[in-house]
Design a binder for this molecule. Structure first.
Ligand SMILES: NC(=O)C1=CN([C@@H]2O[C@H](COP(=O)(O)OP(=O)(O)OC[C@H]3O[C@@H](n4cnc5c(N)ncnc54)[C@H](O)[C@@H]3O)[C@@H](O)[C@H]2O)C=CC1
Ligand SMILES: O=C(O)C(=O)Cc1ccc(O)cc1
Length: 308
């Protein structure tokens, strides 16, 4: 494949940025990859493992002359970083991010974007519970969606070029508006993570009583919860603080359903439970029969924001 951006700057060198570095290098998509991270230890590791072509001490230095700048830090840190790098961005450059929440990033970063720089927010729907510069791998984005969230009137050539990069890293690319993105992700990712955190917390409380039996005998479902609940605490704190409304909306609906199921169990309403589980099984089977990738969220079924 050929070079898509001559110079790429990765700001933050964790799981996502390091995976991008590996994927871009493998396919020869960047002429030069500059990286930077807040901590000296992360920068040192990046140098040791040869993650980037150069590692700068400051974000301002890393983004100088870059054609593509990728903000790959927790969502709550994006605005401050954007204000730091703004005066150093090259006119005509594209600025993007990989944050799990989009409206909050747009609100925090947007006001700092200088005239002539194209801001194209993005979100690769791919990850693991691991973090840091050693966690990345080139295949992370393969057959995963990457959602682009450009503002109306964005420079189409800049959006297309970024889409081309994600395609070349193995992703399927779609576009979405920020509010819908945040609602979709609240259903498919954010609320499920919170539920996993809660289940593991409950098991931990129980574990004290049962002497770790919950861990010893944990079945596959619970093991998946523990994997998810091992994800980076800073990243997930920021997700919930910044996607507050959509997450609360979905958790409200979830709680109502949970109460209904709880009531059915208490009153011995086997028909209700059976009907409910039949409906959910049909949803899963429908996805498989339609030949859809079971990893891909089902965007079409979700309510539009503000509608019931
Ligand atoms: N981990 C995942 O599965 C996915 C994460 N994302 C998003 O990608 C972004 C990066 O996540 P990861 O690569 O997983 O994180 P990570 O924890 O592996 O790396 C984060 C990087 O940001 C730096 N950083 C942290 N706080 C900072 C601050 N206040 N100022 C400057 N730098 C700071 C860290 O030193 C590190 O280099 C986040 O916004 C996250 O929501 C998106 C898709 C999947
Ligand atoms: O590891 C998992 O199961 C994930 O769900 C990964 C993930 C985490 C956060 C995102 O914004 C997108 C993907």
């Amino acid at each position: 494949m050929s070079v898509i951006y001559q110079r790429v700057a990765l700001v933050g060198l964790g799981l996502i940025a390091s995976s991008m570095a590996h994927a871009m290098r493998r396919a020869g998509l960047a002429g030069h990859i500059a990286g930077t991270a807040r901590s000296a230890e992360t920068r040192q590791i990046a140098l040791e493992i040869g993650l980037c072509d150069s590692v700068a001490e400051t974000a301002a230095e890393a983004v100088r002359d870059a054609d593509l700048v990728v903000l790959a830090v927790p969502v709550g840190a994006m605005g401050t970083l954007a204000s730091e790098i703004a005066p150093h961005l090259k006119p005509g450059a594209t600025l993007t991010d990989v944050g799990s929440v989009k409206q909050a990033v747009i609100d925090a970063v947007g006001p700092h974007v200088p005239e002539g720089v194209h801001f194209v927010p993005a979100h690769p729907l791919a990850g693991t519970e691991h973090s840091g510069p050693r966690a990345g791998f080139a295949e992370l984005f393969e057959n995963r969606w990457c959602l682009l969230v450009p503002a109306e009137g964005s420079d189409e050539a800049a959006v297309e070029r970024l889409a081309e990069l994600w395609h070349a890293m193995g992703s399927r690319v779609d576009r979405m508006d920020a509010a819908h993105h945040d609602l979709v992700l609240a259903v498919t990712s954010h609320a499920p993570h919170l539920i996993a955190y809660t289940m593991v917390g409950v098991a931990d409380d129980l574990g004290r009583v049962t002497d770790s039996e919950v861990i010893q005998y944990s079945a596959a479902g619970f093991r998946d919860f523990t994997r998810i609940a091992a994800s980076d605490p800073t990243m997930w704190r920021d997700v919930f603080l910044t996607n507050r409304d959509a997450t609360l909306e979905i958790l409200g609906r979830f709680t109502e359903e949970l109460f209904a199921l709880q009531r059915a169990i208490r009153t011995g309403d086997g028909e209700m439970l059976h009907d409910y589980f039949t409906r959910t099984r049909a949803i899963r089977r429908g996805i498989i029969e339609a030949g859809q990738d079971t990893d891909a969220p089902d965007f079409g079924r979700l309510p539009k924001p503000g509608k019931d």
